[in-house]
Design a protein around this ligand. Structure first.
Ligand code: OAD
Length: 245
């Protein structure tokens, strides 16, 4: 069996992380064009850092939910498996999904990188240093070149990481998937739709897990209009039962 799973913010919603476009979504409460662009960072880095700091704290306190656990279980029982997540949180990893079977296409919120040179560091390891700096009102500076550090996520108008694109392309082109599962995303980005459709080829199934219809719904061979935390554990048990039959 060869399976591609694509996830978005809806999969972390039941862990208490607001989605982007839901009623409690970040995008509703705060204008993303003011926050998630290189221009916004150049204009007001402090505001942008405050926003990411709040999100990091919320994610650190959150726990993986049954949807994350079900996807990790499927990954561990499937040889040809890739998770393509748009989520920048670490809940898939904390649920036990092997890092080599996952691509975070929009980056990792705990990564901090220099806005000028190649320096980057994983923030969980430098937590206290960073928090202290921030409490003093200082913005993190690069130890190599003194430019401002920035969150290691992909902002609007920025290129996706080439290595990540390569991993997804390799998986999608090396052979068709028997199954593509798309869960908890509005699937607004063309590359997400493109990868989902190319991966399943002519004969593969496309299962969408989302309480709402999306632009991908018309291509789904099966739609589970339920929260991911309820639908995915059931679906994964069904799939693993079929594998062993
Ligand atoms: P959105 O906020 O656009 O969409 C969340 C989706 O999850 C919606 O389709 C909801 O119907 C669905 N949903 C909500 N609760 C759910 C649940 N419990 N179970 C299953 N589905 C549920 O989030 P994304 O599609 O992930 O990009 O957004 C994609 C990208 O847009 C983000 O990665 C971010 C943003 O701009 C960047 O920052 C580059």
């Amino acid at each position: 069996m060869r399976i591609l799973v694509i996830t978005g913010a809806g999969v972390s919603a039941e862990s208490g992380i607001p989605t982007f476009r839901g009623t409690d979504g970040y995008w509703r409460n705060l204008d993303p064009t003011k926050l998630a662009t290189p221009e916004a960072f150049a204009r007001d880095p402090s505001l942008v850092w405050d926003w990411y700091r709040e999100r990091r704290q919320r994610i650190r306190k959150a726990q993986p939910n049954p949807a994350h656990q079900a996807i990790a279980k499927l990954a561990l029982h499937t040889e040809g498996f890739l998770l393509l997540t748009q989520n920048v949180d670490d809940l898939h990893l904390r649920a036990g999904l092997p890092a080599e079977k996952m691509v975070q296409i929009h980056g990792d919120i705990f990564m901090t990188r220099c806005s000028r040179c190649d320096f980057q560091r994983y923030e969980l390891e430098h937590e206290h240093e960073y928090e202290k700096q921030h409490e003093n009102g200082d913005l993190p500076k690069c130890p190599e070149c003194s430019a401002l550090m920035r969150p290691g996520v992909v902002w609007f108008g920025e290129q996706l990481d080439l290595a990540n694109i390569g991993t997804v392309e390799n998986f999608v082109t090396s052979s068709d998937c028997d199954l593509v599962i798309v869960a908890g995303t509005t699937a607004l980005f063309g590359y997400v739709i493109d990868w989902a459709l190319r991966a399943r080829g002519q004969a593969g199934q496309l299962i969408e897990v989302n309480p709402e219809e999306t632009s991908l719904s018309q291509f789904a061979t099966r739609s589970l209009r339920e929260p991911a935390g309820a639908a995915l554990p059931r679906l994964v048990n069904e799939l693993l039962g079929n594998f062993s039959a």
